[in-house]
Design a protein around this ligand. Structure first.
Ligand SMILES: Cc1ncc(COP(=O)(O)O)c(C=O)c1O
Length: 442
């Protein structure tokens, strides 16, 4: 799962010196395969449960190769009509799958980190424009103060996005959460414009979703912009049997999510959507440059920080075209059911499940912290599957994330057999703890 030490050492075989002259492409590829392939993490495998990492659907992978061979610049329609067209279709399909409002529009970016940044840039524009301040023109130094609310369990990349936008990490209002990491509606103070509320769909540890239906109407009444970080949890809306976990999400103003997590498309593929796209283009469009003057307003490059970028929409389009609505539903539902299968077996084997397993995340403790850490590192060394470690409410936990289209019941059962064997051996032998790779970021 994680490459052996010998493969990591062999990375030293890549010539480090800048080559003086050309080499045949076959020789270059041979080097890549010889020393690169063995040093990869098997995160594409059905038994990789570390981080929230998807695999790749066959159609999405092949579309990615085709798009790379096309080498299209997706920033302008005049540079790639096909990339612009497929991006529009894929964005529309994702909006429909996630049950978001019809007028919402957006674009593909590298991942949810940047999707959060872009959604919050649109938020910054809108809330300051409402109080008569032109933030793109005048900058943040003279701006009226903006109240920004996040839950104490907001993902680190939301706080990073806020700091990149000049809101200041330390000025952000962090609101208490419940035992699953959900923001407590009653803990949000009264808001005065300009204000932004950041909600989360899918806590990176528990999978919990903030109570959107309670918070959003209340925030909107106070004229606040609501942004949802739904890197993976937003996809709950694409499964009929999980949609009830995320009521009211469609009431928000902007949403950030990933294709490379639960849609199982190759890296890097994030999506930003904004209810009123004019706020997005106001935040992202350039001053007219002479050589861009003939470009229409509805251009991919007017929706994202970048001008030139790869044609990410092609593989997202291919993923959804290959699965259809029912296939996406089935993929999300299967991951959730497999997570529940993990939780049930671990619980009946006497181990503590630390979260409510409603989505694709499972947190398990095998006893005291040293014991749990020992099990995690032994599972990682065993190689049947790969699970990461985290801390939840002050306790060490093994984190199992089921996000891959490749995972089957057999994968889960083989992984469970290995985990239970390792945990059982430790119980008998009382082995000491060893360092564990943590997985608190994704
Ligand atoms: C809730 C949440 N938000 C944001 C991110 C960042 O996404 P990315 O790594 O695609 O930038 C993650 C990553 O796991 C996440 O789980």
């Amino acid at each position: 799962m994680f490459p052996p030490a010998s493969s990591l050492e062999a990375l030293g075989q890549f010539p480090a010196a800048l080559p003086d002259g050309p080499s045949p492409p076959e020789a270059v590829l041979d080097l890549l395969d010889r020393y690169g392939s063995p040093a990869t993490v098997a995160s594409n495998d059905g038994r990789y449960f570390g981080f929230v990492v998807g695999s790749t659907l066959p159609a999405a992978l092949a579309a990615n190769w085709l798009a790379a061979a096309w080498n299209q610049n997706a920033g302008l329609t005049v540079l790639s009509p096909v990339a612009a067209h497929l991006e529009r279709l894929a964005i529309r399909w994702i909006r429909e799958l996630l049950g978001l409002p019809e007028g919402a529009d957006g674009a593909f970016v590298t991942g949810t980190s940047i999707a959060n940044f872009v959604g919050l840039a649109a938020a910054r524009h809108a809330v300051l424009d409402r109080v008569g301040y032109d933030v793109e023109g005048k900058g943040m130094s003279g701006s009226p103060p903006v109240t920004v609310v996040v839950g104490e369990e907001a993902h680190v990349t939301v706080v990073k996005a806020l700091s990149m936008l000049g809101f200041g990490r330390d000025r952000v209002l962090r609101v208490p959460v419940d035992d699953q990491g959900r923001l407590r509606p009653e803990a949000i103070p009264p808001l005065k414009p300009p204000a932004i509320v950041c909600l989360q769909a899918g806590n990176v540890n528990t999978g919990a979703i903030d109570p959107m239906a309670d918070i959003i109407p209340q925030a909107k009444e106070q004229d606040a912009w609501v942004h949802v970080d739904g890197a993976f949890g937003l996809w709950a809306a694409a499964a009929r049997s999980r949609r009830h976990l995320i009521p009211g999400v469609e009431l928000a103003d902007s949403w950030a999510t990933d294709g490379h997590k639960w849609l199982n498309v190759p890296y890097d593929s994030g999506v930003v959507l904004v209810r009123s796209p004019e706020f997005l283009t106001a935040a992202m469009s350039t001053d007219p440059a002479a050589y861009l003057a003939t470009v229409a307003r509805h251009e991919p490059g007017q929706f994202t920080p970048e001008l030139s970028r790869r044609a990410r929409g092609v593989e997202a389009w291919a993923a959804i075209a290959s699965l259809g609505k029912s296939g996406v539903d089935a993929m999300i539902e299967r991951c959730c059911q497999l997570a529940a299968r993990f939780a049930d077996r671990l619980r009946t084997s006497g181990y503590s499940i630390l979260n409510d397993v409603t989505l694709n995340q499972v947190l398990v403790s095998f006893g005291d912290d040293p014991t749990t850490e020992r099990v995690i590192s032994a599972v990682q060394a065993d190689g049947t599957c790969w699970c990461g470690g985290t801390r939840w409410h002050g306790r060490a936990a093994m984190r199992i994330s089921v996000s891959s289209c490749a995972t089957t019941e057999e994968d889960v059962d083989r992984s469970l057999a290995a985990i239970l064997r390792i945990a059982g051996e430790g119980r008998a032998e009382g082995k000491p703890a060893r360092a564990t790779r943590r997985s608190g970021l994704q």
